[in-house]
Design a protein around this ligand. Sequence first.
Ligand SMILES: Cc1cc2nc3c(=O)[nH]c(=O)nc-3n(C[C@H](O)[C@H](O)[C@H](O)COP(=O)(O)OP(=O)(O)OC[C@H]3O[C@@H](n4cnc5c(N)ncnc54)[C@H](O)[C@@H]3O)c2cc1C
Length: 449
Amino acid sequence: MHNINLENLRTAFADIETIIDSHQVAKLSQDYHTFSPVLVPKLAGKVGDIVVRPANEQEVFKVAAICAKLRIPVTVRGAGTGNYGQCVPMHGGVILDMTKMQEILWVKPGVARAESGVKLAALDKKAREIGWEMRMAPSTYRTATIGGFIAGGSGGIGSIQYGLLGDRGNLLGLRVVTLEDEPRVIELRGDDVQKVNHAWGINGIITVVEIPLAPAYPWAEVIVSFDDFMTAAKFGQSLGNADGIMKKLIAIFASPIPQYFTALHQYISEGTHPAFLMVAEPSLELLPGLVQQYGGEITYQKPAQEAGKGINLAEFTWNHTTLHARTVDTSITYLQSIFPADKALELVEELYHHFGDEVMMHLEFIRVNGRVIPAALQLVRYTTEERLNEIIHYHEAKGVFIANPHTYIIEDGGRKVIDPEQLKFKEMVDPYGLMNPGKSKVLEFKSHN
Ligand SMILES: Cc1cc2nc3c(=O)[nH]c(=O)nc-3n(C[C@H](O)[C@H](O)[C@H](O)COP(=O)(O)OP(=O)(O)OC[C@H]3O[C@@H](n4cnc5c(N)ncnc54)[C@H](O)[C@@H]3O)c2cc1C
C-alpha cells in the first residue's frame, strides 16, 4: 500500500512534531487490548512507522494532505486506552497522536466545545467552574481524551442517568478533517454526528467536539455490602429505578471480585457482595432507608468535599474492575454485555448460578430507552478461546447482548454491521481507505474487489 522513506516524510511534515524512535513508536502503537488473551497474539508486532503530533487543525490538514497524496495509512490516537486494538495500526504508517490539541474552546451552561485531545478530567474540571459537569465518562477519565471517547468509547460513570454515548443528544457537534487529495473540514451537527460517533477513527480525523453537559452535583461515594449477590443486584435495580434519587454510579460485584480491590479490603468483608455508588449529597439522606429494606450495610462513605482525594471509587468500576483483577491474576479476562430489561433480574440470577466462579458477575446499571437495566463486565477465568466463545454464545442464546471485546474487527464486536450511513460517509471522507485500515470486514472486502 505504501513505501515510506522516513526521512523524506519527516521533511515533508516540516515543523510538525514527529517521533521515529522505534521504542517510542512501538509504545504509541499500543492500547489496552492486552486485557484479551485472544487479541494479544493477533496484534503482536503491529506498529506504525512514525508518530505525528499535530498542535492544531492546520497541522492536521497538512498531515492529512501528505498522507492522502502518498497513500499512507493513518491511525488516529488519543490516549490509547481503548480495549480492542482500536488504535493499533494493522498496516503501519502514521500514528496521528492528537494529545497536543488540548484547547477547551468554550464552556457554557449545558454545553462545552473542545479540541479532541482534551483530557476528560480537564474538561469536567472546567465545566464544574460554572456549575456543570460531563454527563458521562469512562473510568479512564483521568487519561482518556474526548476525541478517543467519542470515537472509541460507549459510556460509563453517569450512564445510569444519561444513557450511552450513542444515544441521541449525548453528542452535539463534531469537526472532522477528511483524507482526500484536498482535505476539507466538515462540521456535523444533529443526527449527522452519528456518522462519526463510535467509528473507531475510520471516518475522518476529529479535531473538535461539542458535548452537552449535566448540572454538577456534589457526589458522595458509598460502599454498601450485602450477604447475598442477588439481593445486592436487586438493591442496585431498585436504586436505579428511584428517579428522585440522583446518582452517577451503581456498580455491583459478586464475591470474590472485591478480593482484587486491595486498597478497599478494610471496607468489604470476605464473602460479601458490595455495591459501589455515587449519590448526590442532597439525596444521601434517602439512602439508609433503601439499604435497610434490602438488608445491606453501609461500610464506607466519602463526602463530595473530598472528591479526588484518597480512594476514588469510580476507578474500581467499569473496566477498571478488570484492570484491578488482572493486576492480581493475569489469567483473568472479561465480557461486555447488556441484559434485557427485567426488574426481577431473572437472567442475571440464572447466569450467575450457571457459570459460578468461572464468570464472576460485575454489573453496571445504565439507563437505556428510559429504562434502567444492568450492563455487565463479567470477569472470566480464561482457559481457552473455544471455551470463551462457548461462554459468549451461551449468553447470546439466552438473550444477553454481548459487545465482544476479544476482536479488533468492528462488525464482530458490538456493532455486528457498520451503519450504512457511516459507510457512505467513509467513502466520501476517506476515498483511499487509509484510515485505521484492517478493522472492518466490509471495507477489507471492498478494497480487494
Ligand atoms: C481500565 C480501563 C477502563 C475503561 N473503562 C471504560 C468505560 O468505563 N467506558 C468506556 O466507554 N470505555 C472504557 N474504556 C475504554 C477507553 O478507555 C475509553 O473508551 C476512552 O474514552 C478512550 O479514549 P482514548 O483517548 O484513550 O482513545 P484511544 O484509545 O486513543 O482511541 C480509541 C479509538 O478512537 C479513535 N480516535 C481517537 N482519537 C480520535 C480522533 N481525534 N479522531 C478520530 N478518531 C479518533 C482511535 O483511532 C481508536 O479507534 C476503558 C479502558 C480501560 C483500559
